[in-house]
Design a protein around this ligand. Structure first.
Ligand SMILES: [Zn+2]
Ligand SMILES: [Zn+2]
Length: 157
């Protein structure tokens, strides 16, 4: 499978070949702050399957072990890498040219979900990491006042 995508202004373009997995919508405060959106949909691919075609996204360490990238001209969030998973990269699903062709399979870090962001899609909701399960992360409640360590969704397989 080949996917293409890029930023709003077109300065950054990428191509992905290979399998996309861990398709999720993340409700963690780091994703929220990094994008200005209530939640961010992501998918994961092998780092070797991700290739920049045009432009070099700017990098930002949103926590000690996480690098997020974005277009330095228009601000579109492009990717997320976690030092704990060096062979993988998460890509913002809605930077794809055809985001309608790939759907998230679940919600993660819903312990931080904003109360007005009501979910009605029936997908599984993980309060924290997917690997912590449906009943995991119950300590994370509220709307983001708890700093927690949400900048780690990529660690969840
Ligand atoms: Zn751009
Ligand atoms: Zn997140």
């Amino acid at each position: 499978m080949t996917w293409t995508g890029g930023c709003f202004c077109g300065e950054v373009r990428y191509q992905i070949t290979g399998e996309a997995y861990n398709k999720t919508t993340c409700h963690c405060p780091s994703c929220r702050r990094a994008t200005g959106a209530p939640a961010v949909s992501w998918f994961t691919v092998a780092l070797d399957d991700f290739r920049l075609l045009l432009g070099i996204p700017a990098e930002f360490r949103s926590s000690a072990h996480v690098i997020r990238t974005f277009c330095d001209a228009c601000g579109t969030a492009i990717s997320y890498r976690n030092d704990a998973m060096p062979g993988e990269i998460d890509v913002t699903l809605c930077s794809l040219d055809h985001p309608e062709a790939m759907a998230p399979a679940d919600h993660t870090f819903t312990g931080y979900r904003l109360p007005w962001n009501v979910l009605g899609d029936g997908l599984p909701q993980y309060p924290g990491l997917r690997s912590e399960g449906i009943s995991g992360g119950t300590a994370r409640t509220g709307s983001g006042a708890n700093p927690g360590t949400p900048d780690s969704q990529s660690v969840a397989p």
